[in-house]
Ligand binder design. Structure first.
Ligand SMILES: CC(C)(COP(=O)(O)OP(=O)(O)OC[C@H]1O[C@@H](n2cnc3c(N)ncnc32)[C@H](O)[C@@H]1OP(=O)(O)O)[C@@H](O)C(=O)NCCC(=O)NCCS
Length: 181
């Protein structure tokens, strides 16, 4: 399946907040991220709606940058191109009824390609890598990320609602084919 990415809108954001994943993936339900999704300052800058070929809402993509101290870069610094030593970071989700149907590789590849191009063009990102984080219970996701070319580079424990979840970070090099001429 082919995906395209458009700035988040209030209509799409409202729909995404209703998405429910079956356990154990309910950890990713977007109502827990309502503040992020509804923050319109990020729409079209860090937050995008993924649409399928028919124009239907099919997923969400967030991009940002982490500095050497593992701190998020502000939008002001991103827009000023102050990204020395930073790594492009992505997070995303397919619409719940589209998960588990073999669409993951196309979706993750499309997210990584779009984010790499957007980061180069919009924020003059000159870094060579793109990264993401994933809980280790989510072997379905990890399988897809490995297929897409992401490689684990560190492990950590994430604290979510007072519970500890083993997690890992993965990254891949941005290929020339990800970039516009
Ligand atoms: C993560 C995500 C992109 C994966 O895409 P997907 O379309 O659901 O995954 P696929 O259907 O392509 O399945 C990928 C593989 O995992 C396998 N798989 C499914 N459940 C599995 C499990 N519990 N353990 C191990 N492998 C599993 C599938 O069989 C498939 O492998 P195969 O092609 O060899 O048969 C998608 O599920 C998603 O966006 N989910 C939202 C919630 C989420 O997990 N977010 C992760 C954020 S880090």
């Amino acid at each position: 399946m082919r995906f395209r990415f458009l700035p988040m809108t209030s209509e799409h954001a409202a729909r995404i907040l209703t998405w429910k994943y079956p356990p154990p993936y309910d950890l990713y339900d977007y109502d827990k991220a309502a503040e992020h999704i509804l923050d319109s300052t990020g729409w079209g800058k860090t937050l995008f709606a993924a649409l399928d070929e028919t124009g239907a809402l099919a997923g969400e993509l967030t991009l940002g940058f982490l500095d050497r101290d593992d701190e998020w870069i502000s939008l002001d610094d991103m827009q000023a191109g102050r990204l020395e030593g930073c790594i492009l970071w992505i997070g995303f989700g397919l619409r719940p009824d589209l998960t588990g149907r073999g669409l993951g590789l196309d979706f993750v590849t499309a997210c990584a390609d779009f984010a790499a191009q957007f980061a180069r063009r919009q924020y003059r990102y000159g870094g060579a890598e793109i990264g993401l984080g994933v809980y280790q219970f989510n072997q379905r996701a990890i399988k897809v990320y490995e297929r897409a070319g992401f490689v684990k580079f560190t492990e950590r424990i994430a604290l979510v609602n007072g519970r500890e979840y083993p997690a890992q970070r993965m990254k891949q090099r941005i290929h020339r084919t990800h970039l516009p001429n």
